[in-house]
Write a protein that binds this ligand. Structure first.
Ligand SMILES: Cc1ncc(COP(=O)(O)O)c(C=O)c1O
Length: 482
């Protein structure tokens, strides 16, 4: 077939697939404003032929966000905030405006929540972990399925002799058995410091854990970290309705730009419990060398070490305005429709001998799940394709996706069937540090990673369709011969 004929066939197939998709998901039609936005504000995607499917890794910025930020910087002179001189106070005003905008966006009352700017969600989690009053009478409870920046808090807990317990996640849905969670919540430590951490949305499986757990835990004396980093890009988190004690977010995951700025939303009551292990420039009202004393601010400033990335903060306001202009319900609806469609297409895809091409980890419908879909590819003899092979092939097709375990080792170990005894055997090997290849060799026969795609603010049907067509190229292909 000539190049032109092939292109015509592809366009016709896409258009037919779109027609049957719209019949199955009529509410997608109500999100057409995003198609206009994509042509205008995200034109670079199609101009450069990108199929971007890593919105859980990072959202994409709209061109209009950049223009607004650049105009602000070009038209003003800004100094380091917190002085009284004119360029400084102009900047201080914008920093505080951004802070108020963040609180308003999450519907968080100023009397109840603080918005502390951090470098990213991990920085927000570290602030809590290092200052939480763990001791031998405390408990740290966390779901098996958590990002490493939440897992890492266990090291702060253990260093202060607080017991750490993982709440199991069950296959195949990768959800928690609530009876087990309740039983664990019914066993807080004898002290005042009990901390539960779970993701509002898993960055591995897309599972959305119930937000009712917040109250369930708080009623039993637990403080709650709700890791909202992967959730808030296409879901509304209303802090007037839900009252977690600590909420870490990264703004680039919500609207792509700026990077390097995140936030810890913290309940004033809960933050009063934290004991910072140090002080730094910007965090104190008074510090003395000879007097050997310091007093921390009693506001957000107590947790904002040194100089903020102040020039980036007005871009947070622009990003939140952009999300509101597009509308979270619209983004959410579009992501849900695309996710529902692709889950069915991938789950139904078969080799000629009837064996599945793809195995999806986590729920196969859109009930309580977001737009993150994680999978591995298998050949007709049920042997997996190395996720790195899939990544290379996807890159050649200009598809941006993520492979590996996405900093969520619990999700990976569970879904890939890597057991505690496999891990004990591998980590007990004589060499000091295992490389990924040593590890792969050690758990021979099992995959060490998976392939993740995710939808977001600028996704369209063509992106989903192209990935399905890409996946279909693995039908009847043999692993190890690629
Ligand atoms: C659920 C979740 N929590 C925390 C993080 C950490 O975010 P950051 O790397 O921006 O600190 C991520 C990043 O992927 C995430 O998906």
């Amino acid at each position: 077939m000539s190049g032109l004929k092939q292109r015509e066939t592809e366009v016709r197939d896409l258009s037919e697939a779109l027609t049957s998709f719209l019949e199955a998901y009529p509410s997608y039609g109500k999100t057409s404003a995003i198609d206009e936005l994509r042509e205008k504000d995200y034109a670079r995607l199609d101009a450069q032929g990108h199929i971007y499917l890593d919105f859980t890794g990072a959202s994409l910025y709209a061109e209009s966000q950049l223009v607004r930020h650049l105009q602000l910087l070009k038209g003003n002179v800004f100094g380091n905030p917190h002085s009284l001189n004119p360029t400084s106070s102009a900047m201080t005003d914008l920093v505080e405006r951004a802070r108020n905008r963040v609180l308003r966006y999450f519907n968080a009352s100023h009397n109840e929540y603080l918005a502390i700017f951090t470098q990213n969600a991990s920085g927000a989690l570290r602030l809590v972990g290092e200052a939480y009053p763990f001791n031998e009478n405390a408990r740290f409870l966390l779901t098996f399925d958590n990002h490493n920046s939440v897992n890492g808090i266990r090291e702060f807990a253990r260093s202060k002799r607080a017991p750490v317990t993982y709440v199991p996640v069950e296959l195949p849905g990768m959800r928690v058995d609530e009876a087990v969670l309740e039983r664990l919540l019914d066993e807080p430590g004898p002290g005042e410091a009990n901390l539960l951490a779970f993701p509002a949305q898993s960055n591995f499986s897309g599972v959305q854990h119930p937000l009712d757990w917040i109250e369930l835990a708080q009623n039993r004396g637990w403080d709650v970290i709700l890791d909202a980093a992967a959730f808030v890009a296409s879901n509304r988190l209303d802090l007037d309705r839900w009252k977690p004690d600590f909420v870490p977010v990264s703004f680039y995951k919500m609207f792509g730009y700026p990077t390097g700025v995140g936030c810890l939303l913290a309940r004033r009551e809960a933050i009063a419990k934290l004991r910072r292990p140090w002080f730094a420039g910007g965090t104190i009202t008074v510090a003395s060398v000879q007097g050997d004393k310091y007093y921390l601010h009693d506001s957000e400033a107590a947790f904002e070490d040194g100089t903020l990335d102040y020039l980036a903060l007005p871009a947070v306001e622009a990003g939140l305005d952009h999300l509101c202009a597009v509308g979270l319900p619209t983004i959410h609806e579009r992501v849900t429709c695309l996710t529902g469609w692709i889950l069915r297409e991938l789950a139904d895809m078969r080799h000629s001998n009837g064996e599945p091409v793809v195995h999806i980890y986590g729920p196969l419908d859109t009930n309580m799940r977001g737009g993150t879909v994680t999978m591995n590819f298998y050949d007709p003899d049920c042997r997996f394709f190395d996720h790195r092979v899939i990544e290379s092939a996807a890159s050649r097709a200009r598809i941006s996706l993520r492979t590996g375990c996405f900093c969520n080792p619990g999700g990976g170990e569970l879904s890939l069937g890597i057991s505690e005894s496999d891990l004990d055997t591998c980590f007990a090997q004589p060499q000091k540090r295992l490389t990924l290849d040593d590890f792969r060799h050690c758990i021979d026969g099992k995959s060490t990673g998976a392939v993740r795609i995710s939808f977001g603010i600028a996704s369209n049907f063509a992106d989903a369709y192209r990935f399905v067509e890409f996946a279909r190229t693995f039908a009847d292909k043999r692993a190890g011969r690629e």
